[in-house]
Design a protein around this ligand. Structure first.
Ligand SMILES: CC(C)(COP(=O)(O)OP(=O)(O)OC[C@H]1O[C@@H](n2cnc3c(N)ncnc32)[C@H](O)[C@@H]1OP(=O)(O)O)[C@@H](O)C(=O)NCCC(=O)NCCS
Length: 170
């Protein structure tokens, strides 16, 4: 079976925090960071499988500390685990105070992408091979997260069956 190293999907992006990106607390708007996360994670997933990919789910985005206009925001992402057609991508957000150089893990996120063939059907992806201690730890703990995702998807599907598509004004 085809395989790729985690490092082959590793992707980085560093940005400034611009005045239009902040909320009323003068810290980075959460939605802006979520867009950055989905963007970079999709690049890691594409690099791993060299196919079209779609975001199947985002487990969570844990905002661990506020991101200020004086910080640079560096996102790092890589594929940590693969199923058959699905890939788990981990995103780590590291801020650096540009005056002091102090670094902080500001957010982390796990997302799942699915590789699609030419007919937009899920297609098998290469197995991922972790090498560093961090990569191995993330890979070893991934099956438990995949199980939680399966259960959550079941619940979401059942729950959506009880929801109405009516708008309030109808
Ligand atoms: C994700 C999607 C392609 C799955 O297609 P499907 O026909 O339901 O396929 P399957 O049920 O066979 O699942 C295929 C794989 O996706 C995984 N998967 C599906 N939904 C998932 C979810 N919510 N979270 C995590 N993994 C999911 C399955 O576990 C399976 O993984 P595996 O092949 O590694 O075992 C389909 O639901 C879809 O297109 N969703 C919309 C995606 C989208 O538009 N994203 C952009 C958001 S705006």
């Amino acid at each position: 079976m085809e395989q790729r190293y985690v490092k082959e999907s590793r992707t980085y992006k560093t940005s400034r925090v611009f005045p239009t990106d902040v909320n009323n607390h003068n810290t980075l708007f959460g939605g802006k960071l979520m867009a950055y996360i989905d963007d970079i994670a999709s690049i890691s997933a594409s690099k791993h499988c060299r196919r079209s990919v779609v975001t199947a789910s985002t487990d969570s985005v844990d905002f661990l500390s506020p991101i200020r206009p004086t910080d640079s925001v560096c996102l790092e992402s890589f594929v940590t685990w693969t199923g058959k057609s699905s890939m788990e991508v981990f995103v780590k957000v590291i801020t650096e105070d540009l005056k002091s150089g102090e670094r902080t893990i500001a957010a982390t996120s796990f997302l799942t992408f699915v590789a699609l063939d030419e007919n937009k059907r899920p297609v098998t992806v290469p197995r991922v091979v972790p090498e560093t201690e961090e990569e191995r730890r993330l890979n070893e703990t991934a099956t438990r997260r995949a199980e939680m995702r399966r259960n959550r998807r079941e619940e979401s599907l059942q729950f959506s069956g009880h929801l109405t598509t009516k708008f309030p004004w109808e």
